[in-house]
Design a binder for this molecule. Structure first.
Ligand code: FAD
Length: 378
């Protein structure tokens, strides 16, 4: 069997990559080891409408019913502030449906998709799956964080996310809770999927995420868990080389999820799109150097923002609860208003800088995080 390109991993990045390659008339096979595209869903589903549009996905009409209006951010001592996020046009979507929609686009363009088929190894002429040998010119590694586990474990955190029903989940209101003792270096989140239902999750360095999430829920009371998922997230930014010989790495497998939140629908998805365009060019010209355009294009678009996000992450990993509590005290209504008006969901370090009290006068925090803060500002 021969395909110009085999894509290992049938999720957002792999499917978008396949869609682009197939649209140029080349043969492409997507192999997905799970038994269904989009399942098991391991995502909060938060994404900007602008991001979806740029990925070439026309959101379903019902997507707009899940607009996120506000985000409440809570400090370890329980203080909180709320950002009005209406301007950012962020929606909560079902990844199950999104991935299937992209799979449909890819198939319509001519891609072949096979589920319950896993990539096993590279051969001299292509790859071997659990079923057979397939010859190809290019292998796209779109296997998500699982592809990084053998490369670098230091950028990986465990996460748990439960789908729950509860009367304290409010439609349109995302919650983010910081506590460096309970969830070091990350946070807990609540993402509604409607009134009284949604996803509650947590990640953190060196913690038992299941126990931590159970505790959060016990404290809140009145809930039913209807689904549990446990998945690794990558927070270390892009890997050094997106292209290694005839292997092109895309999406979370290339570290294209945001270092701040590990969100990657848009940024990993764009990795798939840019890679697909570069691979098509390579297949047209047989010139391997055009593959490098993919990394250059992705870095040009997201490199600076990801660098700043990594610095923001370093700050978060260094500060303690006391400092976070003090930072929260310095957040004025003017700052939250400015963020509400100007924040960009996909390029959000501008807001982080504002929240770090740069505009205020928080000397303690600035002394503690001075070095990184200066770099973040420059
Ligand atoms: C709990 C959680 C919440 C999240 N919430 C958000 C959010 O709200 N917004 C956001 O933008 N991002 C979020 N993310 C991140 C987002 O899910 C990822 O960035 C995105 O799914 C990355 O897409 P991908 O195609 O690169 O990889 P993945 O979606 O990880 O897909 C990789 C695919 O490869 C398959 N695979 C693995 N090994 C093989 C193999 N050997 N052979 C064949 N197939 C294989 C897997 O089964 C999987 O389908 C969240 C992640 C987690 C874990």
């Amino acid at each position: 069997m021969y395909f110009d390109v085999v894509v290992a991993g049938g999720s957002v990045a792999g499917l978008l990559c396949a869609r682009e390659i197939a649209s140029k008339g080349f043969s492409v096979l997507v192999i997905e080891e799970d038994y269904e595209i989009g399942t098991p869903e391991h995502c909060g589903g938060l994404v900007s409408i602008a991001g979806l549009e740029e990925l070439g996905i026309i959101p379903f009409r019902k997507t707009f019913e899940h607009m996120i209006d506000s985000a409440e951010i809570t400090s370890p001592n329980g203080n909180s502030f709320t950002i009005n996020s209406k301007n950012q046009k962020v929606v909560e979507i079902s990844r199950r449906e999104l991935d299937k929609q992209i799979a449909f686009q890819a198939q319509k363009n001519g891609a072949v998709i096979k589920v319950r088929t896993s990539f096993q190894e590279i051969t001299d002429t292509g790859i071997r799956t659990n079923e057979e040998k397939i010859d190809c010119k290019i292998l796209v590694d779109a296997r998500g964080v699982s592809s990084l586990i053998h490369k670098d474990r230091t950028g990986i955190l465990s996460s748990a996310q439960y789908e729950i029903y509860s009367n304290w989940i409010k439609k349109g209101k995302v919650e983010v809770i910081f506590d460096q003792e309970k969830f070091p270096g990350f946070f807990a989140w609540i993402i509604p999927s409607g009134e009284g239902k949604g996803k509650v999750g947590v990640a953190g360095r060196g913690i038992n995420v299941a126990e931590t999430l159970d505790k959060i829920l016990e404290e809140r009371k009145n809930f039913s868990v209807i689904r549990k998922i446990f998945a690794p997230i990558w927070i270390k930014g892009p890997i050094d080389n997106f292209v290694e010989g005839k292997i092109v790495i895309v999406g979370d497998a290339a570290g294209q999820a945001k270092p701040t939140t590990a969100g990657g629908i848009f940024t990993s998805g764009m990795g798939g799109v840019y890679a697909g365009q570069a691979i098509s060019k390579f297949l047209e010209t047989n010139d391997k150097t055009v593959l490098e355009e993919y990394q250059r294009k992705w870095m040009h678009r997201f490199g600076k923002e990801f660098e700043k996000q990594s610095l923001a992450r370093k700050i978060l990993e260094r500060i303690d609860n006391n400092t976070i509590n003090k930072l929260f005290e310095s957040i004025t209504p003017e700052i939250t208003k400015e963020i509400s008006e100007k924040d960009d969901f996909d390029f959000h370090t501008g807001s982080i800088i504002k929240l770090l009290g740069v505009k205020g006068s928080l000397k303690t925090a600035q002394t503690l995080i001075g070095g990184e803060l200066k770099k973040l500002l420059s």
